[in-house]
Design a protein around this ligand. Structure first.
Ligand code: HEC
Length: 214
């Protein structure tokens, strides 16, 4: 020990080591260490006690952030989105009607007397949804009387050409256009009808339709 102290080299080296030690010690300030410690404590606290065991039916964001919750949508906004969803179905229905049906039944839904029956003011359109769905899925042929005029044409079926969504939209559209007023048709209803009638070969006759659902 004595010898070491006497060598000037050692004294210098010792000082340098001390210096280095001191400097690295100062690199992370105490206040920062304390702060980090508090942050970790807070994080642990939230993880352990504020998350309701991560069960999504228990976790309640209102207990965090001083009870901040995003403002719920106003009634008007909700109403608007419902109307918009309805509009979308009608818009899709109109689009599909014009592409698939209007060549025969015309844009105004009046058809052509003696050739193509009208959809406006037709009991087949605003009446029983299952019957209308059956007609659209498989088609219709044979003698038919609507609003005093007789028809004997062939209406093709649409089960392979149109999806449930499109058929539902078309049905909703024709049931609510040209003065028709009837409730809308859901995709799920078409799905059910497709399961029921989809395997039928060929188109319906009016006589068959009158026995539908019996
Ligand atoms: C190629 C022409 C043609 C096209 C395209 C056509 N139909 Fe028809 N549709 C007819 C004919 C013809 C009848 C009558 C069949 C009969 O005389 O038995 C008919 C009958 C109907 C009927 C039952 C009678 C009535 O007037 O209410 C409905 C409903 C109907 N079509 C809806 C549609 C819809 C919806 C579309 C489009 C997806 C469509 N049709 C496309 C020719 C067509």
């Amino acid at each position: 020990m004595k010898e070491r102290q006497q060598t000037p080299n050692n004294i210098v080296k010792g000082n340098m080591e001390k210096d280095l030690e001191e400097r690295t010690k100062d690199k992370i300030p105490r206040w920062f260490l304390l702060f980090s410690f508090l942050v970790v404590l807070l994080a642990l606290y939230i993880l352990l006690f504020e998350t309701g065991g991560w069960k999504n039916n228990i976790f309640d964001s209102r207990s965090l952030f001083w009870g901040y919750i995003p403002k719920p949508k106003s009634k008007e906004e909700v109403k608007k989105s419902v109307v918009e969803a309805k509009m979308d179905t009608m818009a899709l229905g109109k689009d599909q009607y014009q592409a698939m049906c209007s060549a025969c039944h015309q844009q105004n839904g009046l058809g052509m007397t003696g050739q193509y029956p009208p959809l406006a003011n037709s009991e087949y359109v605003v009446g029983n949804k299952a019957r209308l769905g059956a007609i659209l899925l498989n088609g219709l042929s044979g003698e038919l009387k609507i609003n005093g005029s007789s028809y004997n044409g062939i209406m093709p079926g649409w089960k392979t050409a149109l999806t449930d969504q499109k058929l539902a939209a078309i049905m909703t559209y024709i049931r609510n256009s040209w003065g028709n007023h009837a409730d809308k048709v859901d995709e799920a209803e078409i799905k059910e009808l497709r399961e029921k009638y989809g395997k039928k070969e060929g188109s319906w006759t009016v006589d068959e339709l009158s026995h539908l659902g019996e």
